[in-house]
Design a protein around this ligand. Structure first.
Ligand code: SF4
Length: 649
């Protein structure tokens, strides 16, 4: 047993867990108010994969506990059948399930009809991130909400869950009451530490009697870095001293949704250290002597094992680890660590989808969130011989799935390495883990029996000789030739990929023209600024990184600010000469001139590399384009294309 502590049973009260691996509560956007088949299938896959505990996502306890579209509600009995099916599905695999009880307080952006909400909080303290001003909660409403928690807990017990978790973390209602800079009440719910903790204690007192032997946990942020006036560790311990005795376990996290700089911590990106919240959990465990769960970028079983061995926590959240690979626990337990598809912290399809209002998935594992469609891999009825051109994410995913279904698959990659653009992305500062996509997909394809050839281009002559049943074109995309109204005569212009590949000489004063508004412009600007260059990042959009997940972007913007990178928004590239670059201000059409420029780096639109499609016009078999070769998009769509094409082969 490689991870003896992680796979040792653990008991809290009357509830025993078969191991220490937890999927913590996270928004999936799979359900619409009520637990449905999609949400059951999603959690069932993680329970089947060996998780010890699943904490299901937040459920509103009161009419005013609305949050975002589809948020679960537990304030009426129509929630019961769905939760019942969820509990049964998870218990089938000897996995425990706890439900989160929730009120967002002032953290409300919009109502279902698109209107701005009337939100409630401890006081009418304005909040920065969503630009709102809540109403101070009347005492009668507080009493109603406390009753809502108790009624919600009773329903979860009736549905067969193993306990409830009170969400006091991440700047939601209960955290708003705890913070004296937000809670300015003059009644018994404001002022002293005891008064600010009173709401949580009222809830605990109301909920406990309905639980029987079920568990009651408290999730809270052990610190709120980046939130002006956020609670620090010492203040948190002050309120925990009152609250901890009333709960069966403490679920330690970090950060608050109330401010941009703090919300980054709620789902930390690949630029943050794995397991960085564990020391905070360790001091909670040492001081309060309660069972402790911890989250915070724990993406591998060895990190969890180390945290438990250090006595910093009893159970570890590998939530995104389970999103990326539901079978992570079973693989770790069997010692198949190399087979684990570790989460790379890109945030694109998990929390990124949540922010877009669409169902959860994973950039590496598009089956996530699509369990009803792609949950059970079936052997193909008619086995085919398939050749694939291109060993990037699309081609590799196709190879892995098609070979798993029994097809005879050979993949040709013309470069010496697999990966396509991913190999360039991983060269950027803080993006080294991005290469994990290719590493994992390559291993999956090899395990499935696909033949993977490197330094070998598939051409039309080879196809004619081999006469396969199908050819998959996954040859990616390439930079598009510049076509600017002002031309670039006399200018030193290099393309982003040349820079990333280390094939460009760059001057001391650089303008990065960023049409894409993704990770490329941000990463190049950081890379060049770190080398001591003066960098101006001019974006054809509202902000750099506009198309990527906001925590990834915001954390990156923080780094660029510290490096002194000048950002010019809404700038459409128009031309360049020997020492100036010319842009057009997008809304007004006025010129923007950057003078004293040595090098212009362009990160513009790409074009599909689909030349081979024409060369195969007379091929009688099936030809299918996937990934950027079909249409330049991101690695997420490339992997999804690979899955979909292989599924129907
Ligand atoms: S989308 Fe990225 S961050 Fe989210 S689970 Fe998958 S690999 Fe991890």
């Amino acid at each position: 047993m490689r991870f003896p502590l992680l796979f040792s049973p653990f008991r809290i009260g009357a509830v025993e867990f078969k191991n220490r691996i937890v999927s913590t509560g996270h928004g999936t956007r799979l359900a619409d108010r009520l637990v449905n088949d999609r949400l059951v299938a999603y959690h069932r896959a993680r329970a089947k994969g060996g998780a010890g505990l699943i904490i299901s996502e937040v459920a509103g306890v009161h009419d005013t506990a609305y949050y975002v579209g589809g948020t679960l509600k537990i304030d009426t009995d129509d929630a019961l059948p769905g939760y019942r099916r969820l509990a049964e599905a998870v218990h089938e695999f000897d996995c425990r399930i706890i439900g989160q009880l929730f009120h967002a307080g002032r953290e409300l952006a919009m109502m279902p009809d698109g209107s701005l909400p009337v939100s409630y909080s401890a006081s009418d303290t304005p909040y920065e991130r969503l630009h709102g001003v809540p109403r101070a909660m009347p005492k009668a409403l507080i009493a109603e909400i406390v009753r809502g928690y108790a009624a919600g807990a009773a329903r979860m017990v009736e549905a067969g869950l193993d306990g409830v978790e009170i969400v006091g973390a991440h700047g939601y209602l209960l955290a708003q009451f705890l913070n004296p800079r937000i809670n300015r009440r003059a009644d018994e719910y404001g002022g002293s530490v005891a008064n600010r903790a009173r709401l949580i204690l009222d809830i605990a007192s109301a909920v406990r009697p309905v639980l029987g032997k079920r568990l009651m946990g408290l999730r809270f942020s052990a610190s709120e870095p980046g939130l002006p006036g956020g609670l620090d560790e010492a203040e948190t311990h002050g309120v925990l001293a009152l609250m901890a005795p009333h709960f069966d376990y403490l679920n330690v996290t970090i950060g608050s949704y109330s401010a941009i700089g703090s919300t980054l911590h709620t789902v930390p990106t690949m630029a943050m250290e794995p397991g960085y919240v564990a020391p905070l959990a360790g001091s909670v465990k040492a001081r309060f002597g309660k069972p402790v769960l911890v989250s915070g970028r724990i993406n591998r079983p060895d990190i969890a094992e180390t945290i438990i061995a250090a006595g910093q926590a009893d159970m570890c959240a590998l939530t995104r680890g389970l999103i990326a690979d539901p079978e992570l626990p079973n693989k770790a337990r069997a010692g198949r660590v190399e087979d684990i598809r570790a989460c790379i912290g890109c945030n694109q399809a998990c929390i990124g989808h949540n922010h877009k209002g669409v169902s959860i998935s994973c950039i590496q594992h598009p089956e996530t969130g699509r369990e009803l469609e792609y949950g059970e891999l079936r052997r193909a009825q008619i086995l085919k011989r398939v050749l694939i051109a291109g060993g990037g994410p699309a081609g590799l995913k196709f190879a892995a799935v098609a070979a798993s279904r029994g097809h005879d698959v050979t993949l040709y990659e013309r470069e010496a390495q697999f990966g396509g653009q991913v190999r360039l992305a991983e060269k950027l500062p803080g993006r080294a883990e991005f290469g994990g996509i290719v590493l994992h997909l390559r291993r999956e394809a090899e395990r499935a029996g696909a033949k993977l050839l490197r330094g070998a281009a598939l051409d039309a002559a080879t196809v004619r000789r081999a006469q396969p049943d199908a050819v998959i074109l996954a040859t990616g995309a390439r930079p598009r030739a510049l076509d600017l109204p002002g031309g670039t005569e006399g200018a030193h212009v290099v393309e982003a990929w040349q820079v990333l590949a280390g094939r460009a000489n760059i001057g001391g004063s650089v303008v990065v023209a960023d049409w894409r508004c993704d990770w490329v412009g941000l990463g190049l600007a950081e890379m060049l600024a770190r080398d001591g260059r003066k960098v101006r990042l001019c974006v054809a959009g509202y902000m750099p990184g506009e198309t990527i997940q906001q925590y990834v972007r915001d954390e990156w913007l923080g780094r660029l600010h510290k490096l002194g990178v000048e950002i010019v928004p809404l700038a459409r590239l128009a031309g360049a000469d020997a020492d100036s670059v010319y842009f057009e201000h997008m809304p007004s059409g006025e010129p923007i001139v950057c003078e004293g420029v040595d090098t212009l780096v362009t990160a513009m639109a790409r074009e599909s590399d689909a030349d081979m499609e024409g060369e195969l016009a007379d091929f009688a078999g099936e030809v299918r384009l996937i990934g950027d070769c079909l249409s330049p998009r991101t690695a997420e769509e490339a992997v999804l294309d690979g899955l979909k094409a292989a599924w129907v082969l």
